[in-house]
Design a protein. Structure first.
Length: 436
């Protein structure tokens, strides 16, 4: 995957034009967390129940149905991390509907298939909604838009023995939070605050505490790095609001904080939200970037116009040379993001290679039937659909046998659902018949 991995909040999605989304498809891999899906559908609950095809939901659904990846929920990631499962926090996309499999050759890989969710988004795009969808999302809106009770959070912190003073500046807020979370005396309290904040079942809490005890009570940052990150997000928001002159509570806080839990799993985040502008830079690694929607959309609009100015052959030649890298314009926001996060060209292979005739030289001559690379990829894809899913115990054995999770996968197989028209715009060297 060479396109830049980005998360956009709804404020950017809503304000983007079709031209800007077209340019986004070319240079970015859009990671779609559940909160963004819900925010888009939530507009359905604002409308008259008799309106069957609300254009606002349809238009915004189109904007997330292109070159995308559907993200697993942050709650599920947190649960895995607390139970000791390795969670990448280096900008790696964590997909939903993925599972570890073993193919017919005995190789272990990962199948990603989010097409059911993508079909749901496509259904919204066409203005079709199933029974109960409006009511369910209305309940979500009511819950998520209820003001966050920061005073209760702050009382819980004090009750846990964590003493703090209201910060007077953003920098002081960051220093107070970091000093508090690193205090070795309150690591158990941090775990119990997590359990309360995320409403975790009692039996799950016992499993986590048993694991913590078995590992000799390490600091939370070592025991569960993602849980430590989530605690840092919650503390920044809760303690930031202990000084009303620094942060004022509003009904969007519940949604805005959700985006922050997904930041470890992207390279770039864009938002127009004022609190995001202040808090997100405190949460990002040095190898991540934050920008406003205004900055991103202005450059995408420029890049769309530039692309349209090329002839068809010019677009094909450009793609063959630079693939998903943007053109070299030194004042381009997208180009500078690419230079920071990629900086190395990965030219695409000639499309004609897919039709080159091949044979399997491992077979006896009488059994060497010619086939194309296209045939081989189609065959392998079919085999992946039939691959055997592994249970957690089998996965653990495979990890132990290969010396760690980093050596586990021999392949990744991803199925996605994108319209033919959108693919043709993204890949100028394709013809309509290539996608039949």
């Amino acid at each position: 995957m060479t396109a830049l991995r980005i998360i956009l909040d709804k404020s950017v999605i809503v304000g983007s034009s079709p031209a800007e989304i077209d340019a986004l498809d070319k240079y970015f891999f859009l990671i779609v967390p559940p909160v963004l899906q819900n925010e888009i559908l939530a507009d359905l609950a604002k409308l008259n129940p008799r309106e069957s095809s609300p254009s606002k939901v349809s238009a915004n659904s189109y904007k997330i149905s292109g070159n995308n990846g559907i993200m697993v929920s942050c709650r599920e990631i947190l649960g895995h991390s607390l139970l000791g499962n390795h969670i990448e926090m280096d900008g790696t996309f964590v997909p939903t509907a993925g599972h570890t499999v073993r193919n017919l050759e005995g190789k272990v890989g990962f199948n990603i298939d989010a097409t059911e969710i993508e079909k749901k988004i496509a259904r919204w795009e066409s203005g079709r909604f199933v029974e109960g969808e409006r009511e369910t999302i209305a309940d979500w809106r009511t819950e998520i838009e209820s003001p966050m009770n920061y005073s209760v959070w702050q009382q819980r912190i004090v009750k846990a023995g964590l003493h703090f003073r209201p910060p007077k500046s953003d920098e002081e807020l960051k220093d107070i939070v970091d000093a508090t979370l690193r205090d070795p005396r309150i690591q158990a309290s941090l775990l119990y605050l997590l359990f309360w904040d995320w409403k975790m079942p009692r039996d799950f809490q016992i499993k986590v505490m048993n694991r913590w005890s078995a590992e000799k009570f390490p600091p939370l940052s070592v025991f569960s790095p993602y849980a430590f990150y989530c605690s840092r997000v919650s503390f920044l928001w809760a303690l930031g609001h202990s000084n009303r002159g620094l942060f004022a509570s509003d009904r969007n806080d519940g949604k805005d904080i959700q985006y922050c839990y997904y930041l470890p799993h992207c390279e770039i985040f864009a938002s127009e939200d004022r609190k995001h502008r202040r808090l997100v830079p405190m949460l990002l690694r040095e190898d991540q970037s934050f920008l406003t929607g205004t900055q991103l959309k202005a450059d995408l609009s420029f890049l769309f116009s530039w692309w349209q100015s090329l002839t068809k052959q010019g677009q094909i030649d450009y793609f063959n040379e630079r693939r998903f890298a943007p053109p070299v314009f030194e004042d381009s926001v997208v180009y500078n993001l690419w230079k920071k996060h990629r900086g190395k060209l990965q030219p695409s292979l000639p499309l004609e290679l897919a039709q080159v005739s091949l044979v399997d030289s491992r077979l006896p001559k009488e059994k060497q039937v010619p086939f194309t690379l296209h045939d081989l990829l189609k065959k392998l894809s079919g085999e992946m659909d039939k691959a055997e899913s592994l249970n957690p115990d089998e996965i653990s054995k495979e990890i132990d046998g290969k010396g760690g999770a980093d050596n586990l996968f021999s392949f990744v197989h991803r199925k996605t659902l994108v319209s033919k028209e959108r693919l043709l715009r993204r890949y100028p060297n394709l013809k309509s018949t290539d996608l039949d």
